[in-house]
Design a protein around this ligand. Structure first.
Ligand code: OSB
Ligand code: MG
Length: 365
């Protein structure tokens, strides 16, 4: 497809409540949207980079600059999503920036051909179970109230964010109060190899998994932890490509993988990671980065792949935002519907988008 221009639009979305992790607290999301103008169709992409480089090295201002100065100039005259990997390969890193462009190009391509993201990726389900990620709270009663409300809404799985000082007690409290629910934890790399014996104290709570306990680079540490714990180790930040997934699996660093397209450079690489995991017999699940309805649509398509056998961080729009930029995604019987229209199957609501927009700039190609 030939592109005439690319719009880079910045919006600010207030979160319904502050979201605290081991690396920081978010009260809103500063989102970079990428809109490609193709001769056959338009397409939308969402960049999942946060305002600050705390989850990974990327951040939204940097991603915008990389897209403008280094990725858009490398777009070939005739663009295909499949060709972007090679076109962008000379630019080191910046997977979230690359993924946002790929998402928009793929959306345009699929809208033109009438195929949905789900069909293109190879999804096998029309609905997927929804998990919810619960931030660190000031007190245990607040946490129990939050979990209670999510369970009442029907969420199929609870993920507690943990950090040193907020781990055993919240897990114990949630287990004691709610019994035999699907429960897992996410440390966002807040521990070190010296915490091995402390983390083993999570074993009696029968968690589905512990996500990314150690730093991104510490594959060997995760492998040692996996030997010492009965709880399954799941990697998020450490898995940056299909190759790193294969290496982590071979090393025994994880037995479950969280896949986020933004973290790995796009949905095509995400699909390859899914396939590597399936080939090794590992369960996969779709992670989240507090996406708007655009990113959520694509994540739901991914979450419907056959290897995504655990509930993903694909919650309803109202878990994040009072007003989403698309028609809201709803939770029904603990499940989310997978969009089946062409491309992402959803579009931004123009008035809402304009209200939330802080800046917009169209780059002519
Ligand atoms: O580690 O999975 C994570 C949000 C922002 C950055 C990192 C993570 C998260 C979440 C929220 O856990 C997942 C979601 O519901 O989008
Ligand atoms: Mg995580």
């Amino acid at each position: 497809m030939k592109l005439s221009g690319v719009e880079l639009r910045r919006i600010r979305m207030p979160l319904v409540s502050p979201f605290r992790t081991s690396f920081g607290t978010d009260v809103d999301r500063e989102v970079l949207l990428v809109r490609v103008f193709g001769d056959e169709a338009e397409g939308w992409g969402e960049c999942v980079a946060s305002a600050e480089p705390l989850y990974s090295a990327e951040y939204v201002n940097g991603a915008e600059q990389v897209i403008r100065d280094h990725l858009l100039p490398r777009l070939p005259a005739d663009v295909t999503a499949r060709g972007l990997g090679a076109a962008f390969a000379p630019v080191r890193g910046h997977p979230m920036a690359k993924a946002a462009v790929e998402m928009a190009v793929l959306d345009a391509e699929l809208r033109a051909s009438g195929l949905s993201y789900a069909a293109y990726l190879g999804a096998t389900r029309t609905r997927v179970p929804a998990g919810v990620s619960v931030g660190i709270m000031d007190t245990l009663p607040e946490l129990l109230d939050a979990v209670d409300a999510y369970l009442a809404q029907g969420y199929a799985r609870i993920k507690l964010k943990i950090e040193p000082g907020w781990d055993l007690e919240p897990v114990r409290a949630v287990r004691e109060r709610f019994g035999d629910i699907l429960l897992q934890v996410d440390a966002n790399a807040a521990y070190t190899r010296t915490d091995l014996r402390h983390l083993a104290k999570l074993d009696p709570f029968d968690l589905l998994l512990i996500e990314q306990p150690l730093p991104e680079e510490d594959l060997l540490g995760h492998a040692r932890l996996a030997e010492a714990l009965t709880t399954a180790i799941c990697l998020d930040e450490s898995i940056v490509s299909a190759r790193s997934a294969a290496d982590a699996i071979t090393l025994g660093a994880c037995s479950i993988v969280n896949v986020k397209a933004g973290r790995v450079g796009g949905y095509l690489e995400a699909r390859r990671i899914h396939d590597v995991c399936v080939a090794h017999g590992l369960p996969v699940w779709c992670g989240g980065m507090l996406e708007t309805g655009l990113g959520r649509a694509a994540n739901l398509a991914f979450a419907a792949l056959p290897g995504c056998t655990l509930p993903g961080d694909v919650s309803a729009s109202d878990r994040y935002y009072t007003q989403d930029i698309t028609e809201p995604f709803l939770l029904r019987d603990g499940m989310m519907r997978v969009p089946d229209g062409p491309g992402l199957g959803v579009e931004p609501l123009p008035d809402v988008l304009d209200d939330l927009t802080e800046s917009s700039d169209t780059v002519d190609l």
